[in-house]
Ligand binder design. Structure first.
Ligand code: UDP
Ligand code: MG
Length: 342
């Protein structure tokens, strides 16, 4: 059910936007969620600064502290005092990576948005080329990193992720080598059209394509985590599979839920009614129908069929309420060349 309704805006413990940053809107907004990454933060901030400064682009780095229990939040505030381009967003508790990203997206001001992980596994030096590509190539709205040389454990990380890649690309029709790479660059309008919650950050390319984005994939560097620990274990595999089923179902049937439920319902209801009709005729002819398995089967199929069709109708109503109450556009205007600059 959490795929139908967008999450509420997150309550924030504290949001500090430096006064100097308010004056001139940045061109690039970099969003990084961090959870217990105090050991990585100083170097992360330094390396993002060093990667972006030579490009001459005005940028902001929105660092979202996702309820860290280490010194991350204090460190963020400290670093932000010295850097006008650093925007610390400190969440009230640990909401998870998707919600932390969305909290950052809610605050972006640039026309380009870049995401990466806070553990220095992604290399900020890859960002300038991605931005140049967005500048130069009007036929691409989003660039997804491809960790060709991924530096993670083979069995516990790379294998499950290969399986997930294959499943997700088959199921959603978005074919990428590497869904899981956090390093991505987007045109702002794509970010504005999607909302992340639950574990949806794993499906961003599918959501973006659904929102009309044309996606390119470029190889990026990848480093082993040298400090801090991964926040995820093998237990996420199951949740990812469940999310995949839900997201595919939602994308396919959100306009007409009756097609999913009602179709199956009809397939069950028709033979069910047939069996009952057959038995009804026999009964009328004075035959004994007691204890016949057909009777049970016919009743079961008819009941389940009716239930499913009703479920589909309820779904249709919910869908309508969702679209009417949300007030969001059903189709987005493609922002090309002149339209984008206007
Ligand atoms: N993260 C977060 N909230 C969480 C878990 C993780 O903001 O609840 C951040 C984490 O600090 C890192 C990124 O999400 O910047 C990816 O997490 P991690 O590196 O642990 O995942 P992995 O690379 O092992 O998949
Ligand atoms: Mg990592």
């Amino acid at each position: 059910t959490h795929f139908v309704f967008a999450s509420e805006p997150l309550p924030l413990a504290e949001v500090a936007v430096p006064a100097s940053a308010e004056a001139a809107a940045p061109e690039v907004s970099i969003v990084i969620p961090v959870y217990n990454e105090a050991e990585n933060l100083p170097e992360l901030i330094r390396r993002v600064g060093e990667a972006l400064a030579p490009t001459g682009r005005r940028f902001e780095l929105i660092l979202v502290d996702d309820g860290s229990r280490d010194a991350s939040a204090a460190l963020l505030r400290e670093e932000a005092a010295r850097r006008p381009w650093l925007v610390p967003v400190v969440l009230a508790r640990n909401y998870g990576q998707s919600s932390a990203l969305q909290a950052g997206f809610d605050r972006v001001r640039g026309r380009y948005v870049v995401t990466l992980d806070g553990d220095l596994q992604n290399d900020p030096l890859d960002i300038p080329a991605m931005l140049d590509r967005l500048d130069a190539d009007d036929s691409v709205d989003m660039i997804s990193g491809w960790r060709r040389n991924r530096q993670d454990a083979e069995i516990s990380r790379k294998l499950p992720s290969r399986i997930a890649n294959a499943l997700i690309s088959r199921a959603t029709g978005v074919h990428l080598h590497d869904y899981g790479c956090a390093l991505k660059a987007y045109r702002r309008e794509i970010i504005d059209r999607i909302r992340l919650y639950g574990e949806l950050h794993r499906f961003i390319p599918s959501l973006a394509k659904d929102a009309g984005a044309r996606i390119a994939e470029v190889p990026v560097r990848h480093h082993a985590r040298t400090r801090g620990v991964s926040k995820y274990g093998i237990d996420r595999t199951f949740r990812v599979i469940l999310d995949l089923v839900l997201i595919v179902f939602f994308m396919r049937y959100r306009q007409r839920p009756l097609y999913a439920f009602g179709g199956l319902g009809l397939w069950l209801l028709t033979p069910g009614l047939g069996m009952l009709g057959h038995l009804g005729v026999l009964k009328l002819l004075g035959q004994d129908i007691g204890g016949r398995p057909l009777l049970m089967t016919g009743m079961l199929l008819s009941l389940i069929g009716v239930q499913l069709i009703v479920a589909g109708l309820v779904g249709e109503m919910l869908t309508r309420i969702y679209h009417e109450a949300g007030g969001r556009p059903q189709a987005h205007v493609r922002m090309d060349g002149a339209a984008r600059r206007a």
